[in-house]
Design a protein around this ligand. Structure first.
Ligand SMILES: *Cc1c(COP(=O)(O)O)cnc(C)c1O
Length: 395
């Protein structure tokens, strides 16, 4: 089937929830994908920060096939070997205590919200059920996580929304302090805001958040769904701030393209859940766990993390060298970068696509670069050249 046939059928049978580019991708290898007409694209969106090791990575593929021959699904009524192995790895790399597995970022954040409420409930402090979240954040599309998301456009028309969320300004510690009451349970944030436009948190802001949470007995929750799994040059972005969170959520990159979500908590916070309190049929499924084990082994290799930092600087420098009066800022961390323009970037992203480079927008005016973490310098050069070329064409 060629692109147009797939698209017209899609328009007939798929629910109309996405603004899709008029292209159907059918194959991927490494940093490249091909559409149904055979056109090649360099992928600097990586399935929205998911394809951490590129497309159809050999090691992930081999491990998936191996597991597919052994056991696909069994449920959490039994112990699952690769799940236990992955939990150990994630606990060790985070310095936290216990893992819970699910299937997506929203589900991981939903688990964090439920754990927070149940934790204080079990401590006879059920009044502590309010979570401070941030404007321009993104935490998912379920009713609770879309309420935690500090962007009204995602909430409109879905009232009544669940209660228990209040909104502070990112990197503004005074705005957090103002919202703390006897009912505050937690502060939840992204270490680098992704959908909100690639905004890294200030060092001091995170350090102050940690001490406020300690002093006020609040849980500090990091949503690392997008910025985690090595993306910014440390396994979790929050680790660069020299603090330990109480709860961390992850998803996107953890399966390298296989659906997965996870929440980690300190042993103390994890006491909030007892058997029966929370569950997920597919959570911790053997196929997802097998792939994620191989992915985490690859990403946690010390040379790999160093290369992310180096490639991130290289990409950032390449973008900063582009001279265009419409560029307002080039920012981000590691391989999570944004180029902010003085106007909407939708058409610019479209031109890049036509020229064979996949990019995304993060908010209306920011072009997002979240390539595979095993990208190489020639591919970065190619992407920068196409981007520069596209800028020249963009009116
Ligand atoms: C994508 C994203 C989510 C939601 O993840 P889904 O897997 O789409 O549910 C949550 N938080 C952040 C920071 C994200 O980038």
């Amino acid at each position: 089937m060629i692109n147009n046939e797939i698209i017209s059928k899609g328009q007939e049978y798929i629910m109309n929830t996405y603004n899709r580019f008029p292209i159907a991708m059918v194959k991927g290898k490494g940093s490249y994908v091909w559409d149904a007409d055979g056109k090649e694209y360099l992928d600097f969106l990586g399935g929205i920060a998911v394809c951490v090791l590129g497309h159809c990575n050999d090691a992930l593929q081999a491990r998936l096939k191996e597991q597919a021959a052994d056991l696909w699904h069994i449920s959490n009524l039994y112990w699952i070997k690769p799940q236990v192995e992955l939990a150990e790895k994630l606990v060790k790399v985070s310095g936290l205590g216990k893992a819970f597995f699910c299937n997506s970022g929203a589900e991981a954040n939903e688990a964090a919200i439920k754990l927070t409420r149940k934790y204080f409930y079990r401590r006879q402090e059920a009044n502590k059920n309010e979570i401070i979240v941030f404007n321009d954040s993104f935490h998912g599309r379920t009713l609770a996580t879309v309420t935690a998301t500090g962007q009204r456009k995602y909430q409109e028309g879905f009232d009544p929304l669940p209660q228990g969320f209040v909104y502070a300004n990112y990197n503004d510690i005074a705005s957090v302090k103002k919202l703390i009451t006897k009912n505050t349970a937690a502060v939840m944030l992204e270490a680098v805001q992704g959908e909100g436009g690639i905004h890294p948190a200030d060092h001091k802001f995170i350090q102050e958040l940690r001490s406020i949470c300690d002093r006020e007995n609040l849980l500090l929750i990091f949503d690392e769904v997008q910025c985690g799994i090595g993306r910014t040059g440390t396994f979790f972005a929050c680790q660069a701030y020299g603090i330990r969170p109480d709860i961390v959520t992850m998803a996107k990159g953890l399966g390298g393209g296989f659906p997965i979500g996870a929440m980690l908590a300190t042993d103390e916070a994890a006491t909030g859940f007892a058997p029966g309190d929370h569950a997920s049929t597919f959570g911790g499924n053997p196929l997802a766990m097998a792939v994620a084990n191989t992915l985490v082994d690859t990403v946690t290799a010390p040379q790999f993390m160093e290369s992310i930092k180096e490639l991130g600087i290289y990409l950032q420098e390449s973008l900063k060298q582009i001279v265009d009066s419409r560029i307002i800022d080039v920012r981000g961390k590691g391989l999570m970068l944004g180029v902010e323009m003085n106007t909407e970037v939708k058409e610019l992203v479209q031109i890049c696509l036509q020229k064979g480079l996949l990019l995304g927008a993060a908010g209306p005016k920011v072009v997002r670069f979240v390539p595979p973490l095993n990208i190489n310098k020639p591919e970065i050069d190619q992407a920068a050249a196409i981007f520069k070329d596209a800028l020249q064409e963009w009116q």
